[in-house]
Design a protein around this ligand. Structure first.
Ligand code: 5AD
Ligand code: SF4
Length: 449
């Protein structure tokens, strides 16, 4: 029996891709290896969104050199966006690789492994290959309670800083019947929460959908998923603010299964910077979208992405971003220093900021947000929140899970609560989690009683 060891970096889509790869390997009789020492095939699924992410992967790969030296029959491969970006050049950095496979070629790997010579030349798979299977492929032996499903791949937006359209290609949507079938099999195995993934899920447009349709294909898909009686929570990420339809806004008020949390990347609070980024909305339009969403679902929690130090960003622009954060009051932000990426338009823009200045702006934004997050969390003390229990808590005797708005809640409780939806009363709030007490019998028991 051959054994694989897959290590994943980067976004949720990379994790999802890795699971499909492991599922296909399992179909061909491969087993997971507990450690790298016992693996016949080590695969790093890598990210390239920022230079730091890419560098981390190279360092990790170079650490594998002694393994290959000791066991020349070992196959080592690299995949994902970084593999797509580097292609054959990867071999100059990491010469002992047997395989380089971009995100659109990942599922060709299991078949290829049957004939790949560990001492022979490396296989380079980049760009578009044969169509990838869209059918459900589930990784073996994983907890399905809270699962993700990729519904679309790639991006057509070409924001000035972003490498994704070059590495994951144009937007392609999976057929709805494959997604529904995958959801059905996950739910049959005990899945209760599904997160739909895509670079821009609200542009979901499978073959056969047309602009004349009564509602966007994504809205139809959400409604169909909502009709599975054993699905308790539905989430999706990521959405581009410019593509948010009125029908989708309405759903937040009308579909109870849609969790009250939305990730809506803002990137900057300055119209000048948004324009230079090619985001196709201004701050006023973003505020208006937030207003409409909060009207549809008053309990909606928002998170966002912010890039600090985009080329040409002045101190005034930076202050406008801070003002936007203070006005909108996101529950959480993911903030990054602008990083030059190959092929993107921004790489050629003048007025780049120093690492020091970007670092200063990032620290300032993160400190301000930390206080906002803590404030929002503390307002929950005394309130009751519903928690899907996904595992043990931080301390002995505790269980843990997330509420509808994705906040981590730890609370004293027995392991039997795993997989249940429970009500907890929040007793303490920190910046990254809440502490609660069980408020009553598990909601799921009450439901079936
Ligand atoms: N530099 C910094 N941050 C970036 N992101 C994407 N590209 C870059 C870049 N070149 C951030 C954006 C995006 C998130 C996934 O990563 O905020 O929304
Ligand atoms: Fe990148 Fe912009 Fe596409 Fe998001 S929408 S993946 S930031 S190009």
């Amino acid at each position: 029996m051959k054994r694989y060891h897959v290590i994943t970096f980067g976004c949720q889509m990379n994790f999802y891709d890795s699971e499909r790869l492991m599922g296909l390997l399992a179909e061909r009789g491969w087993l997971p290896a507990e450690t790298m020492e016992t693996a016949d095939f080590i695969f790093l699924n890598a990210c390239s969104i920022r230079a730091k992410a890419a560098q981390r992967v190279i360092t990790r790969l170079l650490e594998l050199k002694p393994f290959k030296k000791k066991r020349p029959e070992l196959l080592i491969g690299v995949g994902g966006c970084l593999a797509e970006q580097e292609g054959a050049n990867f071999l100059q950095k990491v010469p002992f690789l047997s395989l380089v496979a971009g995100p659109r070629r990942l599922l060709e790997i299991p078949e290829l492994l049957a004939t790949l010579d560990p001492q022979g030349p490396a296989q380079i798979l980049v760009g578009n290959g044969a169509p990838q299977p869209t059918r459900p492929i589930l990784a073996p032996d994983r907890s399905v309670l809270s699962s993700s499903i990729t519904i679309m791949e790639g991006c057509d937006n070409f924001c000035a800083y972003c490498v994704v359209p070059y590495l994951r290609g144009r937007e392609t949507s999976r057929p709805p019947q494959d997604i529904l079938q995958e959801a059905a099999s996950l739910i049959a195995q005990g899945c209760r929460e599904i997160t739909l993934l895509g670079q821009n899920v609200n542009s979901y447009a499978p073959a056969g959908a047309s602009l004349g349709d009564r509602e966007p294909a994504f809205v139809t898909l959400l409604k169909k998923l909502a009709s599975f009686p054993d699905l308790w929570r539905l989430r999706f990420t990521t959405s581009h603010p410019k593509d948010f339809s009125a029908r989708l806004i309405e759903l937040f008020g009308s579909l109870p299964v849609l969790a009250p949390r939305l990730h809506l990347p803002l990137q900057s609070g300055s119209d000048k910077v948004l324009k230079a980024m090619g985001r196709h909305y201004d701050l006023q339009q973003y505020f208006s979208l937030v207003d409409q969403l909060r009207r549809a679902q008053p309990g909606l929690s928002l998170s966002t992405d912010i890039i600090v130090g985009f080329p040409g960003e002045t101190e005034e622009d930076h202050q406008l971003t801070i003002e936007a954060l203070e006005k909108i009051r996101f529950d959480a932000i993911f903030s990054f220093k602008y990083s030059d990426r190959p092929q993107t338009r921004a790489i050629n823009l003048p007025d780049k900021l120093s690492e020091e200045e970007k670092g200063r702006r990032l620290t300032q934004i993160q400190q301000i947000q930390r206080a906002i997050t803590l404030d929002i969390n503390q307002a929950l003390v005394g309130q009751t929140v519903s928690v899907l229990v996904t595992g043990p808590g931080r301390r002995p005797g505790q269980m843990s899970g997330r509420d509808g708005t994705l906040k981590i809640v730890n609370f004293p409780g027995p392991p039997e609560l795993y997989g249940q939806m429970v009500s907890t009363r929040v007793t303490e709030a920190y910046h990254a989690s809440l502490l609660g007490q069980l408020a009553q019998t598990p909601e799921t028991e009450a439901k079936s009683a």
